[in-house]
Design a protein around this ligand. Structure first.
Ligand code: FCB
Length: 447
Protein backbone atom coordinates (compact mmCIF):
# COMPACT_ATOMS: atom_id res chain seq x y z
CA UNK A 1 0.00 0.00 0.00
CA UNK A 2 1.18 3.52 -0.75
CA UNK A 3 0.93 6.05 2.05
CA UNK A 4 0.56 9.10 -0.16
CA UNK A 5 0.59 12.56 1.41
CA UNK A 6 -0.52 15.75 -0.37
CA UNK A 7 2.00 17.42 -2.66
CA UNK A 8 2.08 20.54 -0.48
CA UNK A 9 2.48 18.63 2.80
CA UNK A 10 4.82 20.57 5.09
CA UNK A 11 7.63 18.11 5.79
CA UNK A 12 9.88 19.62 8.41
CA UNK A 13 12.31 19.24 11.27
CA UNK A 14 12.22 20.96 14.65
CA UNK A 15 14.76 22.29 17.14
CA UNK A 16 14.82 24.83 20.00
CA UNK A 17 17.23 27.64 20.84
CA UNK A 18 18.35 26.42 24.27
CA UNK A 19 19.00 22.95 22.89
CA UNK A 20 21.15 23.77 19.87
CA UNK A 21 22.45 27.33 19.79
CA UNK A 22 25.17 27.33 22.45
CA UNK A 23 27.08 30.65 22.48
CA UNK A 24 25.34 31.17 25.81
CA UNK A 25 27.47 34.10 26.88
CA UNK A 26 28.35 35.57 23.51
CA UNK A 27 27.31 38.74 21.74
CA UNK A 28 25.41 40.17 24.65
CA UNK A 29 23.12 37.22 25.44
CA UNK A 30 21.87 37.10 29.04
CA UNK A 31 21.54 33.90 31.09
CA UNK A 32 18.32 31.93 30.89
CA UNK A 33 16.80 29.77 33.61
CA UNK A 34 18.30 26.70 31.91
CA UNK A 35 21.83 28.15 32.09
CA UNK A 36 21.36 28.64 35.82
CA UNK A 37 19.45 25.41 36.52
CA UNK A 38 22.01 23.29 34.71
CA UNK A 39 24.72 24.59 37.06
CA UNK A 40 22.95 23.14 40.10
CA UNK A 41 24.69 19.84 40.87
CA UNK A 42 22.56 16.81 40.19
CA UNK A 43 19.96 18.50 38.02
CA UNK A 44 21.22 17.48 34.58
CA UNK A 45 22.34 14.01 33.60
CA UNK A 46 26.13 13.80 33.73
CA UNK A 47 26.37 17.45 34.82
CA UNK A 48 26.02 18.49 31.18
CA UNK A 49 25.68 22.19 30.39
CA UNK A 50 23.84 23.80 27.45
CA UNK A 51 26.54 26.44 26.94
CA UNK A 52 27.97 25.08 23.71
CA UNK A 53 25.33 22.50 22.74
CA UNK A 54 25.50 22.06 18.93
CA UNK A 55 27.00 25.53 18.46
CA UNK A 56 24.29 26.27 15.92
CA UNK A 57 24.68 29.98 16.68
CA UNK A 58 27.88 29.77 14.63
CA UNK A 59 26.94 26.83 12.44
CA UNK A 60 23.40 27.66 11.33
CA UNK A 61 24.43 27.77 7.68
CA UNK A 62 25.81 24.26 7.94
CA UNK A 63 22.55 23.14 9.59
CA UNK A 64 20.47 24.72 6.86
CA UNK A 65 22.65 23.00 4.26
CA UNK A 66 21.81 19.67 5.94
CA UNK A 67 18.12 20.50 5.66
CA UNK A 68 18.45 21.58 2.06
CA UNK A 69 20.16 18.32 1.21
CA UNK A 70 17.24 16.39 2.70
CA UNK A 71 14.62 18.44 0.89
CA UNK A 72 13.16 19.76 4.17
CA UNK A 73 10.32 22.19 3.40
CA UNK A 74 9.98 23.90 6.77
CA UNK A 75 12.19 24.49 9.79
CA UNK A 76 10.72 24.90 13.24
CA UNK A 77 13.10 26.77 15.55
CA UNK A 78 12.68 29.03 18.57
CA UNK A 79 13.83 32.50 19.51
CA UNK A 80 15.91 32.90 22.63
CA UNK A 81 14.35 35.70 24.68
CA UNK A 82 17.69 36.11 26.48
CA UNK A 83 19.44 36.75 23.18
CA UNK A 84 16.88 39.32 22.03
CA UNK A 85 16.35 41.13 25.34
CA UNK A 86 19.11 39.88 27.67
CA UNK A 87 17.49 40.94 30.94
CA UNK A 88 13.98 40.21 29.74
CA UNK A 89 12.56 43.73 29.78
CA UNK A 90 15.34 46.23 29.02
CA UNK A 91 17.51 46.97 26.03
CA UNK A 92 17.13 45.10 22.78
CA UNK A 93 20.33 43.30 21.79
CA UNK A 94 21.16 44.15 18.17
CA UNK A 95 23.42 41.10 17.88
CA UNK A 96 20.50 38.88 18.81
CA UNK A 97 18.28 40.47 16.18
CA UNK A 98 21.06 40.13 13.62
CA UNK A 99 21.48 36.43 14.30
CA UNK A 100 17.82 35.60 13.69
CA UNK A 101 17.66 37.91 10.65
CA UNK A 102 20.54 35.97 9.13
CA UNK A 103 19.02 32.63 10.07
CA UNK A 104 15.65 33.50 8.50
CA UNK A 105 17.25 35.00 5.41
CA UNK A 106 19.31 31.86 4.91
CA UNK A 107 16.23 29.66 5.29
CA UNK A 108 14.37 31.72 2.70
CA UNK A 109 17.29 31.66 0.30
CA UNK A 110 17.09 27.88 0.49
CA UNK A 111 13.33 27.78 0.04
CA UNK A 112 12.66 26.56 3.60
CA UNK A 113 9.56 27.93 5.37
CA UNK A 114 10.29 29.38 8.83
CA UNK A 115 8.08 28.19 11.69
CA UNK A 116 9.18 30.07 14.80
CA UNK A 117 8.32 29.65 18.47
CA UNK A 118 8.44 32.68 20.73
CA UNK A 119 8.95 30.72 23.92
CA UNK A 120 10.50 27.26 24.20
CA UNK A 121 11.21 27.05 27.95
CA UNK A 122 14.18 29.43 28.30
CA UNK A 123 13.02 32.39 30.38
CA UNK A 124 15.61 35.11 30.99
CA UNK A 125 16.93 34.47 34.48
CA UNK A 126 16.47 38.13 35.39
CA UNK A 127 12.71 37.56 35.13
CA UNK A 128 12.78 34.38 37.19
CA UNK A 129 14.19 36.23 40.18
CA UNK A 130 11.18 38.54 39.95
CA UNK A 131 8.84 35.55 40.18
CA UNK A 132 8.92 34.45 36.55
CA UNK A 133 5.60 33.13 35.30
CA UNK A 134 4.20 33.38 38.81
CA UNK A 135 4.30 37.17 38.61
CA UNK A 136 1.34 38.50 36.63
CA UNK A 137 3.61 41.20 35.19
CA UNK A 138 4.88 38.42 32.94
CA UNK A 139 2.00 39.33 30.66
CA UNK A 140 3.47 42.79 30.01
CA UNK A 141 7.01 41.43 29.83
CA UNK A 142 6.01 38.79 27.33
CA UNK A 143 3.97 41.16 25.18
CA UNK A 144 6.88 43.58 24.93
CA UNK A 145 9.11 40.67 23.83
CA UNK A 146 6.49 39.41 21.38
CA UNK A 147 6.16 42.94 20.00
CA UNK A 148 9.92 43.14 19.42
CA UNK A 149 9.78 39.81 17.56
CA UNK A 150 6.86 40.94 15.43
CA UNK A 151 8.53 44.31 14.68
CA UNK A 152 11.63 42.58 13.42
CA UNK A 153 10.44 39.32 11.91
CA UNK A 154 6.65 39.68 11.59
CA UNK A 155 6.36 39.26 7.83
CA UNK A 156 9.31 36.93 7.44
CA UNK A 157 8.00 34.10 9.59
CA UNK A 158 5.11 32.22 8.01
CA UNK A 159 4.06 30.23 11.06
CA UNK A 160 4.28 31.75 14.53
CA UNK A 161 3.94 29.72 17.71
CA UNK A 162 3.44 31.58 20.99
CA UNK A 163 4.43 28.76 23.36
CA UNK A 164 5.91 25.31 23.07
CA UNK A 165 4.44 22.75 25.46
CA UNK A 166 3.24 24.88 28.39
CA UNK A 167 3.41 21.74 30.54
CA UNK A 168 7.16 22.23 30.88
CA UNK A 169 6.51 25.37 32.91
CA UNK A 170 4.24 23.32 35.16
CA UNK A 171 6.83 20.56 35.53
CA UNK A 172 9.54 23.11 36.34
CA UNK A 173 7.45 24.63 39.12
CA UNK A 174 5.57 21.61 40.48
CA UNK A 175 8.02 18.72 40.23
CA UNK A 176 11.43 20.38 40.12
CA UNK A 177 13.18 18.36 37.44
CA UNK A 178 12.98 21.12 34.83
CA UNK A 179 14.06 24.75 35.25
CA UNK A 180 13.52 26.71 37.39
CA UNK A 181 13.44 23.67 39.70
CA UNK A 182 10.63 24.53 42.15
CA UNK A 183 8.31 22.03 43.82
CA UNK A 184 5.14 23.95 44.50
CA UNK A 185 2.02 22.82 42.69
CA UNK A 186 -0.07 25.80 43.74
CA UNK A 187 2.49 28.23 42.37
CA UNK A 188 2.79 26.08 39.25
CA UNK A 189 -0.94 26.41 38.61
CA UNK A 190 -0.73 30.19 38.89
CA UNK A 191 2.23 30.13 36.47
CA UNK A 192 0.17 28.21 33.93
CA UNK A 193 -2.73 30.60 34.20
CA UNK A 194 -0.40 33.55 33.63
CA UNK A 195 1.33 31.75 30.76
CA UNK A 196 -1.98 31.25 29.00
CA UNK A 197 -2.74 34.94 29.47
CA UNK A 198 0.61 35.72 27.82
CA UNK A 199 -0.45 33.51 24.92
CA UNK A 200 -3.84 35.20 24.57
CA UNK A 201 -2.47 38.72 24.73
CA UNK A 202 0.30 37.86 22.25
CA UNK A 203 -2.30 36.54 19.79
CA UNK A 204 -4.29 39.78 20.18
CA UNK A 205 -1.11 41.76 19.55
CA UNK A 206 -0.35 39.65 16.51
CA UNK A 207 -3.84 40.28 15.10
CA UNK A 208 -3.45 44.03 15.61
CA UNK A 209 -0.41 43.97 13.32
CA UNK A 210 -2.47 42.70 10.39
CA UNK A 211 0.41 40.76 8.88
CA UNK A 212 -0.64 39.62 5.43
CA UNK A 213 0.98 36.20 5.22
CA UNK A 214 1.75 35.13 8.74
CA UNK A 215 -0.31 32.72 10.84
CA UNK A 216 -0.30 32.09 14.57
CA UNK A 217 -0.94 29.09 16.80
CA UNK A 218 0.23 27.28 19.92
CA UNK A 219 1.93 23.94 20.47
CA UNK A 220 0.46 21.64 23.12
CA UNK A 221 1.87 18.16 23.55
CA UNK A 222 -0.58 15.34 24.11
CA UNK A 223 0.51 12.23 25.96
CA UNK A 224 -2.84 10.55 26.14
CA UNK A 225 -3.26 8.09 29.00
CA UNK A 226 -5.50 5.04 28.70
CA UNK A 227 -6.54 2.57 31.38
CA UNK A 228 -4.41 -0.55 30.89
CA UNK A 229 -7.35 -2.72 31.92
CA UNK A 230 -10.60 -1.47 30.53
CA UNK A 231 -13.33 -1.40 33.14
CA UNK A 232 -10.80 -1.34 35.99
CA UNK A 233 -11.87 1.67 38.04
CA UNK A 234 -8.47 2.37 39.49
CA UNK A 235 -6.75 2.34 36.09
CA UNK A 236 -9.49 4.55 34.70
CA UNK A 237 -9.19 7.05 37.53
CA UNK A 238 -5.43 7.31 37.02
CA UNK A 239 -5.80 7.89 33.29
CA UNK A 240 -8.46 10.55 33.83
CA UNK A 241 -6.27 12.31 36.38
CA UNK A 242 -3.24 12.23 34.08
CA UNK A 243 -5.23 13.60 31.16
CA UNK A 244 -7.51 16.17 32.76
CA UNK A 245 -5.72 17.35 35.91
CA UNK A 246 -2.03 16.85 35.17
CA UNK A 247 -1.93 16.71 31.37
CA UNK A 248 -3.33 18.18 28.18
CA UNK A 249 -6.73 19.02 29.74
CA UNK A 250 -5.08 21.82 31.73
CA UNK A 251 -4.48 23.64 28.45
CA UNK A 252 -6.79 22.39 25.78
CA UNK A 253 -9.93 23.14 27.78
CA UNK A 254 -9.16 26.80 28.52
CA UNK A 255 -7.52 27.43 25.13
CA UNK A 256 -10.23 25.91 22.95
CA UNK A 257 -13.40 25.52 25.02
CA UNK A 258 -12.99 28.46 27.41
CA UNK A 259 -12.57 28.13 31.19
CA UNK A 260 -11.15 25.25 33.18
CA UNK A 261 -12.86 21.86 32.99
CA UNK A 262 -15.19 20.83 35.79
CA UNK A 263 -12.74 18.12 36.87
CA UNK A 264 -9.85 20.56 37.14
CA UNK A 265 -11.95 23.28 38.79
CA UNK A 266 -13.11 20.81 41.44
CA UNK A 267 -9.61 19.48 42.00
CA UNK A 268 -8.02 22.91 42.39
CA UNK A 269 -10.75 23.98 44.80
CA UNK A 270 -10.32 20.89 46.95
CA UNK A 271 -6.56 21.35 47.09
CA UNK A 272 -6.76 25.10 47.58
CA UNK A 273 -4.80 25.61 44.38
CA UNK A 274 -7.13 27.75 42.32
CA UNK A 275 -5.08 30.47 40.67
CA UNK A 276 -6.06 34.11 40.76
CA UNK A 277 -8.43 34.49 37.83
CA UNK A 278 -9.51 38.04 37.01
CA UNK A 279 -12.60 39.02 35.11
CA UNK A 280 -12.07 38.59 31.40
CA UNK A 281 -9.06 36.27 31.75
CA UNK A 282 -10.81 33.29 30.24
CA UNK A 283 -11.81 35.28 27.15
CA UNK A 284 -8.24 36.47 26.69
CA UNK A 285 -6.96 32.89 26.90
CA UNK A 286 -9.49 31.47 24.43
CA UNK A 287 -8.38 33.25 21.24
CA UNK A 288 -9.21 32.16 17.76
CA UNK A 289 -6.06 30.59 16.31
CA UNK A 290 -4.94 29.86 12.74
CA UNK A 291 -3.48 26.45 13.48
CA UNK A 292 -2.81 24.00 16.28
CA UNK A 293 0.59 22.39 16.80
CA UNK A 294 0.54 18.86 18.17
CA UNK A 295 3.65 17.37 19.73
CA UNK A 296 3.16 13.64 19.89
CA UNK A 297 5.58 11.09 21.28
CA UNK A 298 3.51 8.25 22.71
CA UNK A 299 0.25 6.97 24.12
CA UNK A 300 0.50 5.61 27.67
CA UNK A 301 -1.34 2.80 29.43
CA UNK A 302 -1.78 3.06 33.20
CA UNK A 303 -1.95 -0.03 35.37
CA UNK A 304 -2.51 0.71 39.07
CA UNK A 305 -0.84 -2.51 40.23
CA UNK A 306 2.28 -1.82 38.17
CA UNK A 307 2.45 1.73 39.49
CA UNK A 308 2.25 0.45 43.08
CA UNK A 309 4.98 -2.10 42.39
CA UNK A 310 7.25 0.61 41.03
CA UNK A 311 6.58 2.81 44.04
CA UNK A 312 7.57 0.01 46.39
CA UNK A 313 10.81 -0.63 44.54
CA UNK A 314 11.58 3.06 44.62
CA UNK A 315 10.77 3.38 48.32
CA UNK A 316 13.12 0.50 49.05
CA UNK A 317 15.84 2.50 47.34
CA UNK A 318 15.75 0.45 44.12
CA UNK A 319 15.95 1.77 40.65
CA UNK A 320 12.96 0.97 38.50
CA UNK A 321 13.78 1.33 34.84
CA UNK A 322 10.81 1.24 32.53
CA UNK A 323 11.42 -0.14 29.11
CA UNK A 324 9.42 2.18 26.90
CA UNK A 325 6.60 0.56 24.99
CA UNK A 326 5.57 2.49 21.92
CA UNK A 327 1.98 3.06 20.95
CA UNK A 328 2.53 5.02 17.75
CA UNK A 329 -1.00 4.31 16.60
CA UNK A 330 -2.35 6.52 19.42
CA UNK A 331 -1.73 9.60 17.28
CA UNK A 332 -4.82 8.78 15.24
CA UNK A 333 -7.01 8.69 18.35
CA UNK A 334 -5.36 11.85 19.68
CA UNK A 335 -6.15 13.70 16.46
CA UNK A 336 -9.75 12.55 16.67
CA UNK A 337 -9.93 13.74 20.26
CA UNK A 338 -8.64 17.19 19.28
CA UNK A 339 -11.46 17.55 16.80
CA UNK A 340 -14.25 15.73 18.61
CA UNK A 341 -13.64 16.73 22.21
CA UNK A 342 -12.00 20.14 21.85
CA UNK A 343 -13.63 21.28 18.62
CA UNK A 344 -10.28 21.99 16.95
CA UNK A 345 -11.20 22.33 13.30
CA UNK A 346 -8.37 24.67 12.32
CA UNK A 347 -5.45 23.08 10.45
CA UNK A 348 -3.20 20.91 12.58
CA UNK A 349 0.55 20.51 12.22
CA UNK A 350 2.41 17.77 14.01
CA UNK A 351 5.07 20.14 15.29
CA UNK A 352 7.20 17.46 16.96
CA UNK A 353 7.55 13.72 16.83
CA UNK A 354 10.61 11.55 17.20
CA UNK A 355 12.42 8.78 19.00
CA UNK A 356 15.16 8.88 21.60
CA UNK A 357 18.32 6.78 21.43
CA UNK A 358 20.57 6.44 24.42
CA UNK A 359 24.12 7.64 23.97
CA UNK A 360 26.79 4.95 24.03
CA UNK A 361 30.29 4.22 22.78
CA UNK A 362 29.09 2.37 19.67
CA UNK A 363 28.61 5.20 17.18
CA UNK A 364 27.91 2.84 14.29
CA UNK A 365 24.94 1.49 16.20
CA UNK A 366 23.58 4.99 16.76
CA UNK A 367 24.05 5.85 13.09
CA UNK A 368 22.16 2.75 12.05
CA UNK A 369 18.88 3.91 13.61
CA UNK A 370 16.46 1.39 12.14
CA UNK A 371 14.34 1.68 15.25
CA UNK A 372 13.71 5.37 14.59
CA UNK A 373 12.72 4.62 11.01
CA UNK A 374 10.28 1.96 12.17
CA UNK A 375 8.78 4.26 14.79
CA UNK A 376 8.38 7.26 12.48
CA UNK A 377 6.95 5.07 9.74
CA UNK A 378 4.31 3.77 12.15
CA UNK A 379 3.44 7.28 13.29
CA UNK A 380 3.12 8.44 9.69
CA UNK A 381 0.88 5.49 8.86
CA UNK A 382 -1.47 6.38 11.72
CA UNK A 383 -1.30 10.05 10.77
CA UNK A 384 -2.18 9.14 7.21
CA UNK A 385 -5.16 7.20 8.58
CA UNK A 386 -6.37 10.25 10.49
CA UNK A 387 -6.08 12.35 7.33
CA UNK A 388 -8.14 9.77 5.46
CA UNK A 389 -10.72 10.09 8.23
CA UNK A 390 -10.96 13.74 7.18
CA UNK A 391 -8.78 15.41 9.82
CA UNK A 392 -6.97 18.42 8.42
CA UNK A 393 -3.26 17.83 9.05
CA UNK A 394 -1.01 20.14 7.05
CA UNK A 395 2.46 19.08 8.06
CA UNK A 396 4.81 16.98 10.13
CA UNK A 397 8.04 18.09 11.85
CA UNK A 398 10.46 15.47 12.99
CA UNK A 399 12.25 16.08 16.28
CA UNK A 400 15.06 16.65 15.64
CA UNK A 401 17.43 17.77 12.89
CA UNK A 402 20.38 16.79 15.06
CA UNK A 403 21.18 15.33 18.49
CA UNK A 404 21.08 18.15 21.01
CA UNK A 405 20.85 19.20 24.65
CA UNK A 406 17.90 17.17 25.91
CA UNK A 407 17.02 19.28 28.99
CA UNK A 408 17.57 17.29 32.19
CA UNK A 409 18.69 14.34 30.06
CA UNK A 410 21.69 16.40 28.94
CA UNK A 411 23.57 14.96 25.95
CA UNK A 412 22.77 11.38 26.86
CA UNK A 413 19.54 11.30 24.86
CA UNK A 414 19.89 11.45 21.11
CA UNK A 415 16.86 12.39 19.03
CA UNK A 416 18.65 13.54 15.88
CA UNK A 417 18.46 12.60 12.23
CA UNK A 418 22.11 13.61 12.44
CA UNK A 419 24.60 12.40 15.00
CA UNK A 420 26.28 15.26 16.84
CA UNK A 421 29.85 14.65 17.89
CA UNK A 422 30.02 16.96 20.91
CA UNK A 423 33.83 17.03 20.87
CA UNK A 424 34.30 18.09 17.27
CA UNK A 425 30.75 19.43 16.70
CA UNK A 426 30.67 17.46 13.49
CA UNK A 427 27.20 16.37 12.27
CA UNK A 428 26.94 12.92 10.70
CA UNK A 429 23.74 11.79 8.97
CA UNK A 430 22.09 8.72 10.49
CA UNK A 431 20.29 6.17 8.37
CA UNK A 432 16.98 7.91 9.20
CA UNK A 433 18.14 11.13 7.50
CA UNK A 434 18.38 9.36 4.14
CA UNK A 435 15.11 7.55 4.75
CA UNK A 436 13.24 10.74 5.68
CA UNK A 437 14.68 12.56 2.64
CA UNK A 438 13.21 9.84 0.44
CA UNK A 439 9.81 10.09 2.14
CA UNK A 440 9.83 13.81 1.44
CA UNK A 441 10.91 13.34 -2.18
CA UNK A 442 8.08 10.83 -2.72
CA UNK A 443 5.55 12.57 -0.46
CA UNK A 444 5.08 9.27 1.30
CA UNK A 445 6.21 5.68 1.18
CA UNK A 446 5.16 2.28 -0.01
CA UNK A 447 4.66 -0.70 2.27
C1 FCB B 1 9.60 17.82 23.70
C2 FCB B 1 10.25 19.19 23.72
C3 FCB B 1 11.51 19.26 22.89
C4 FCB B 1 12.34 18.01 23.00
C5 FCB B 1 11.52 16.77 22.79
C6 FCB B 1 12.29 15.48 22.86
O1 FCB B 1 8.79 17.67 24.82
O2 FCB B 1 9.36 20.17 23.26
O3 FCB B 1 12.21 20.42 23.24
O4 FCB B 1 13.00 17.99 24.21
O5 FCB B 1 10.48 16.74 23.72
Amino acid sequence: MKYQFPKDFMWGVATAAAQIEGAAFEDGRGPSIWDVFSRIPGKIHGGDLPEVACDSYHRYEEDIALMKKMGIRSYRFSFSWSRIIPDGTGEINPEGIRYYKNLIACLKKNGIVPNATMYHWDLPYALQIQGGFGNRNIVQWFCRYAGVLLDNFGEDVDLWVTFNEPIAVYVGHAYGFFAPGLKDEKYARQCLHNLMLCHGEAVKLFRSRKLANAKIGIVVDVWKHYPAREGNEEDEAIATFQNEIAGYGMFLHPLFLGGYSDELTRYMKEKDMTPEIREGDMDVICQKLDFYGLNFYNGLYDNADEIRKREEIRKAGGNYQDRPVYHEEAIRDVLHMLVEKYGITIPIYVTENGLMQEDGPDVEKILNDEERIRYVRNVLKALHGAMEDGICVKGYYLWSLLDNFEWSGGYSMRYGLHYTNYKTLERVPKKSAGWYAQVIADDGFEE
